[in-house]
Design a protein around this ligand. Structure first.
Ligand code: ADP
Ligand code: MG
Length: 398
């Protein structure tokens, strides 16, 4: 995939209407009060928005939120986002009542250079996730330029993330540009050794990335829930730990492929187990593959911590996706914390992908020690998998 793409700096936006795809899919309070519990994603969009406004563009921002499945769900309205964005920008954000309906059309038509409006949740339109050309064209017709800055959504070919680029000159905003530079650079031309660390609980959606990483990484470190599929495939006892039986053969293949290619594939040698999935579980440390019945592996053990910290110490680049254990429970956070600390001490380029990994690094106090914390979990993973990202492929080549 070519990820050398034109950016907002390569296109004239003065006096033009710019359709800007943002990732405003922010977490909201569960009580329906419309309170945004973390506005990081809105803040992350500010540099591109401010640049466009300063250049004299009229900005028509859009985003999805949640999964309304093509229906108008008031609790998934972007109105709270418009309010927060307006506070952060210090200027009015005109809120449209629909996505491409009469209200959005009229407001877009009246929008002046230096003004910003926000369309309603793009997924209120059934055509959004189907990448319906009619919806894409209706969105595109409101503007003259398309800027994509929603890295968290570039792995999806939806009307607002890819379809619109069929009708408008399409470039990236600063957020996507940085993601492409840092992650793309690490994958295509890494400072070596390149170490990839994989963990977390979404095993079936992550384990597939190993195949591609074996082509580019020097070392692959496995922690979190994924480790038990490897362990079980070698005949280990994993108790009640996370296990993906369908991936056991694959994991064996990956161990063999790593050997053939001379890539170091590191698996846990010991495990911190709990007798239940809870913060107050009873704990014991056992050798990998010796988890007793009724117990489950919830963190990497102390010997594994040493092994993994040594493996990153002299890395040139580290890509980390997925916590080593259930870091939300202090008793099972030690593995994740030790790895985060080890990364903070290396001179390596350190890249964190994955929402929970980013949260872990933040919570444990190492966020500002990392080179880059990606704004797209699924997108960064598909990037590492070597898949084409539709929301990037559709942008103009530089
Ligand atoms: P990310 O969001 O970084 O991509 P995931 O969503 O795949 O990561 O997984 C994050 C979750 O994985 C965390 O909530 C953590 O508690 C959980 N986790 C890590 N190790 C284990 C384990 N051994 N068993 C169960 N859950 C785990
Ligand atoms: Mg997650």
């Amino acid at each position: 995939m070519n990820y050398n793409k034109k950016t907002v700096k390569d296109i004239d936006v003065k006096g033009k209407k710019v359709l800007l795809r943002c990732d405003f899919n922010v977490p909201m309070a569960k009580d329906g009060s419309g309170v945004i519990t973390d506005d990081k994603r809105i803040r992350a969009a500010l540099p591109t928005i401010q640049y466009l406004l300063e250049q004299g563009a009229a900005v028509i921002a859009c985003s999805h939120m949640g999964k309304p499945k093509g229906e108008v769900k008031p609790e998934l309205s972007l109105k709270p986002v418009a309010k927060r964005l307006s506070e952060l920008l210090g200027q009015e954000v005109i809120m449209a009542q629909d996505v491409v309906g009469p209200d959005a059309q009229a407001k877009a038509k009246a929008l002046q250079p230096g003004q910003i409006m926000l369309l309603e949740n793009t997924r209120f339109e059934p055509g959004e996730t189907k990448n319906d050309p009619a919806l894409a064209k209706a969105m595109a017709d409101m503007a003259q330029v398309y800027v994509s800055d929603a890295f968290g959504a570039v792995h999806r070919a939806h009307a607002s993330t890819a379809g619109v680029a069929d009708y408008l000159p399409a470039v990236s905003g600063f957020l996507i540009q940085k993601e492409l530079e840092v992650i793309g650079g690490a994958l295509a031309n890494p400072k070596r050794p390149l170490v990839a660390i994989l963990g977390g609980s979404k095993v079936s959606s992550k384990i597939g990335v190993i195949n591609n990483l074996l082509e580019i990484a020097d070392t692959i470190i496995i922690g979190g829930g994924m480790a038990y599929t490897f362990s079980a495939a070698e005949g280990g006892k994993v108790g009640n730990s996370l296990l993906e039986e369908d991936w056991m053969d694959y994991s064996k293949e990956m161990v063999q492929k790593a050997k053939d290619k001379g890539v170091k594939l590191l698996l846990p040698v010991d495990t911190v187990c709990g007798d239940k999935f809870a913060p107050d579980a009873n704990i014991q440390v056992v050798k990998a593959g010796e988890i007793p019945d009724g117990w489950e592996g919830l963190d990497i053990g102390p010997e594994t911590v040493k092994l993994y910290c040594d493996a990153v110490a002299d890395a040139g680049t580290v890509i980390w996706n997925g916590p080593m254990g259930v870091f939300e429970f202090p008793a099972f956070a030690k593995g994740t914390e030790a790895v985060a600390e080890a990364l903070s001490k290396t001179n390596a380029i350190t890249i964190i992908g994955g929402g929970d990994s980013a949260a872990a690094v933040q919570q444990l106090g190492y966020a500002d020690k990392m080179t880059h914390i990606s704004t797209g979990g699924g997108a960064s993973l598909e990037f590492m998998e070597g898949k084409e990202l539709p929301g990037v492929a559709c942008l103009l080549d530089a």
